[in-house]
Design a protein around this ligand. Structure first.
Ligand code: CMC
Length: 372
């Protein structure tokens, strides 16, 4: 077998066709719409509908998806019991992975095929928001609460976490991050979902696997990891001293770099503008000093740009969210992109089965046990 075909990390390998997102150096489109356009004009619910149906919803269709999200939001007592019984020190992403899998046993959608899976995607989207909020409340010694009618998906998650109708700016910013996180073509977690789908497995299995892939700090876990890094500093000067040393030691800096974007991530640019406004509004300039102390040498000396996770970590932090909610919120959004890819893969499927180059021992004989 030719070694020329081997590409570590599948870098540069085309593993499929998709009509869901176009991710190129200078371009990010969901179903043909530029991310900047969607981010300024559409809510997460509209984007979710777009990803799952290939078209933006009419007013009636939008109401339809909102009604379904509302219908599917209440958690069954079995899920709440399981959340209560999960050890307190279990990381939120692990809880979410297990609960999504467990929720699959109570799938309210009957039947198989494209329409059933599209419905199932909305059910899981709604359940994931509610699971995150219920676990958050239990961890804080509070009982989970029922959803409140009429809130957006973003506002509902905040409401079910805190028990108060959220500040409109907080709801708007969470909604924006849900829009920005919703889809990004053949990234590691989406590819995981597609591989699982390609075996003709089910949507819940694909989403459960994708959550496991997203959790890692090289992928979705980077929003928490980036904020953990910023939390080590009390001033821009401290951050500057650290990054000088880190770069000299060739350390990885979380929230920077991307396999596709080598000159910047559109999503990071969109969110960074909002983050700066928020920090000024809250009088949190020190956080911006720290943020920029890391960002400046990464961009200007290393030419490695922030990805969406870098501004997202600090945005969530300034909104008062605890670190271990950050990657689960990524899941709360990306479930829509994963599901769209599941539908696409199911319609035109061939099982994924790449090759490897064997680099192990030459063929050898099994020696008797007393000779080993
Ligand atoms: N900090 C320091 N150096 C970096 C970084 C970074 N964050 N990212 C890339 N580099 C260096 C890397 O060490 C390599 O240097 P050299 O050529 O000297 O060995 C060069 O840049 C090329 O990087 P790469 O490792 O070939 O890039 P990759 O395409 O394999 O990996 C990545 C992409 C995103 C995993 C990587 O940039 C990284 O680990 N970033 C930090 C984690 C992170 O922020 N992940 C979020 C990704 S985007 C959104 C999401 O999925 O959540």
């Amino acid at each position: 077998m030719s070694e020329e075909r081997f590409s570590p990390g599948l870098a540069g390998v085309i593993a499929g066709e998709t009509s869901i997102a176009c991710v190129e150096q200078g371009k990010l489109l969901y179903r043909g719409y530029a991310i900047a356009d969607l981010a300024t004009t559409c809510t997460f619910e509209e984007v979710a509908y777009l990803l799952l149906n290939d078209e933006l919803p009419s007013a009636k269709q939008l109401q339809g998806i909102k009604d379904k999200l509302a219908k599917y939001r209440p958690l069954r007592s079995e899920i709440l019991d399981a959340l209560r019984r999960t050890p307190k020190d279990t990381p939120m992403m692990d809880v979410l992975r297990s609960m999504v899998s467990y929720t699959g046993h109570f799938d309210p959608v009957k039947g198989e095929g494209e329409e059933a899976d599209r419905e199932r995607a909305i059910w899981l989207t709604s359940q994931i928001g509610a699971i995150i909020a219920a676990r958050f409340r239990l961890m804080n010694g509070n009982e989970p609460i029922e959803p409140m009618d009429g809130l957006s998906h973003a506002a509902q998650i905040l409401y079910q976490c805190h028990g108060e109708v959220p500040d409109p700016l907080a709801a708007e910013l969470i909604d924006l991050t849900l829009v920005l996180y919703a889809e990004h073509d053949f990234n590691a977690s989406t590819f995981t979902a597609r591989v699982i789908c390609s075996t003709m497995s089910d949507l819940t299995s694909a989403i459960t696997g994708a959550i496991g892939a997203l959790k890692g700090p090289l992928h979705g876990g980077a929003n928490e990891a980036a904020m953990e890094m910023l939390c080590k500093f009390k001033s821009g000067d401290e951050a500057k001293a650290w990054i000088t040393n880190a770069l000299a030691n060739k350390e990885k800096v979380m929230g920077f770099g991307h396999r596709v974007y080598k000159n910047g991530d559109h999503r990071a640019d969109i969110l960074e503008g909002k983050l700066r406004k928020l920090a000024h509004q809250l009088g949190e300039e020190t956080w911006l000093d720290i943020y920029d102390a890391i960002r400046h040498p990464m961009v200007h000396e290393k030419h490695i740009f922030p990805n969406v996770d870098y501004p997202c970590g600090l945005t969530y932090y300034l909104l008062g969210l605890p670190l271990d909610l950050y990657t689960p919120l990524f899941v709360a959004s990306r479930i829509t992109g994963w599901s769209a890819h599941f539908l696409e893969q199911s319609i035109d499927n061939r099982i994924y089965r790449p090759l490897s180059i064997y680099v192990g021992h030459g063929e050898r004989k099994v020696p008797p046990i007393d000779e080993r």
